[in-house]
Design a protein around this ligand. Structure first.
Ligand code: SAM
Length: 447
């Protein structure tokens, strides 16, 4: 049952359209995925249909048991609600591909992996999550996506304004909201909803926006989005940004056939008009004015342990374009991150709580270096640097549950495990058994 006050609010907002929305909220949610360029085709049979606003987005006619598909765990696609892929339009229209982008409220990482893909090997993404329990799944999804162009941070929004004023070309605030757009996906969203929650959300959203505003360059792009319908958390906040913080609301080119509704400020996806869930987005440009561009001053040297030339040569031999990556060793771990963003990443690692940056390349084990799991997930990995062990579905799932594998007729030592040719991780063939090196915290449980 929809909350009475929600029904009243929507009737005022949508008039004759409101009953169509209520009916749509009783239907089954739509299933969609966004493909990574790690694969050309899916490993399971499904009737698929293209999401019109994202070239890698697909609707599935049925929801498969995604956990049972090893390619999900290999980061070959992300199960993402179709409406939220609309931020691609904002990126393509207003954000340079070599830009510095902050995704402030990023967990679990649907939009962050989309932005990472958009920025490719040119731009840099900072994906932040303030809630501790959620930051690790964000980091996991970023590692699995494999672009290496992302720093995952766990900080309060105000630190970005303080430590990086006027730095970002684009900030996405995909704000925590009252979640009306999730009503048909999540019963709990209905139970948690009240007008009081809406008011609390508005206050929180404004405080987040205010706190991060100084980190956006004048002339830079703010993408404000929610998965809710009410105008308090949507249009009123967008107009508040424009008037109080100082920005201009920008139009987006969208095809009428998509069913996205343009309002007085921003765009709504209503599930009775769009093939997707409820979503709202407004794109604003911070007003231009004289400003001091962000410069790194008095940067502390990031902690690191020297890497010997021999070890560096070894670990770089695992990379396709080794010169594109800066390396840093901390304790036993060597991390690789884009050399073109070295200065800013080094600086960030002294001021922010960085959960991951770039990707984990190698780990010191005794006198040797072994690859880290995230190297297997990375698109920068030279897969032919390791002997490969292709698994069938049953053994791939056993591997992902961190179970023992049959001993292969392959050389002793590290083997790169693949499924449909895509790396899943490493095992160590010690002859008598094959040690499973899949990260324990990522293993599939309950199967
Ligand atoms: N962008 C994500 C995605 O596409 O997967 C979804 C983000 S979700 C709508 C909002 C996020 O904001 C949650 O991860 C939540 O933990 C975080 N959050 C909650 N309170 C916050 C606050 N006060 N400041 C910043 N982020 C907050």
């Amino acid at each position: 049952m929809l909350p009475v006050e929600f029904v009243d609010t929507m009737q005022q907002q949508l008039g004759a359209q409101a009953p169509l929305l209520f009916r749509a909220l009783e239907e089954q949610p739509v299933t969609s995925i966004r493909l990574n360029d790690k694969i050309d085709e899916l490993s399971f049979n499904a009737d698929i249909d293209e999401v019109p606003w994202h070239y890698e987005g697909y609707y599935l006619s049925e929801r498969p048991q995604f956990t049972l598909d090893p390619l999900l765990h290999a980061g070959c696609y992300y199960v993402q609600e179709a409406s939220s892929m609309l931020i691609q339009c904002a990126l393509e229209q207003y954000v340079p591909e070599d830009g510095l982008v902050l995704d402030l409220c990023a967990a679990p990482g649907g939009k962050a992996t989309l932005i990472s893909q958009y920025l490719g090997n040119q731009g840099l993404l900072v994906a932040n999550e303030v809630v501790r329990q959620r930051v690790f799944i964000l980091s996991e999804n970023i590692q699995k996506w494999g672009n290496g162009n992302t720093v995952v941070t766990h900080n309060a929004p105000s630190l970005f304004s303080e430590a990086m004023p006027n730095a970002f070309d684009c900030i996405l605030v995909d704000a925590p909201c009252s979640g009306e757009g999730m009503f048909r996906k999540d019963e709990q969203a209905i139970a948690d909803w009240s007008m009081r929650t809406v008011r609390t959300c508005v206050e929180r959203q404004r405080s987040i926006l205010d706190d991060v505003w100084d980190a956006l360059k004048p002339g830079g792009i703010m993408i404000y989005s929610t998965c809710t319908f009410n105008r308090h958390e949507c249009e009123e906040n967008a107009m508040w940004i424009a008037e109080e913080l100082g920005a201009d609301i920008l139009p987006l080119n969208m095809d009428e056939s998509w069913g996205v509704v343009e309002s007085i400020a921003g765009y709504h996806c209503y599930p009775h008009l769009v093939r997707g869930e409820g979503f709202y987005m407004c794109v604003l440009r911070k007003r231009r004015r004289e400003f001091a561009p962000f410069r790194i001053r008095h940067a502390k040297k990031p902690n690191s342990t020297p890497i010997t030339a021999e070890n560096e040569q070894l670990v770089r031999s695992w990379l396709y374009q080794p010169d594109n990556w800066a390396l840093r060793q901390l304790d036993r771990f060597i991390t690789a991150y884009p050399i073109r963003h070295k200065e800013i990443i080094d600086y960030m690692s002294t001021r922010f709580l960085c959960i991951s940056l770039g990707f984990g390349l190698a780990e010191e084990r005794g006198k040797h270096f072994a690859p880290q799991h995230s190297l297997a997930m990375s698109k920068a990995a030279r897969v032919d640097a390791f002997p490969q062990l292709e698994l069938d579905l049953e053994n791939a799932l056993a591997y992902l549950r961190t179970e023992a594998l049959p001993i292969p007729n392959l050389p002793l030592g590290l083997l790169l495990v693949t499924y449909h040719g895509v790396p899943l991780g490493f095992v160590k063939n010690v002859g008598a058994r094959c040690n499973n090196l899949y990260p324990n915290e990522w293993r599939i449980r309950n199967l």
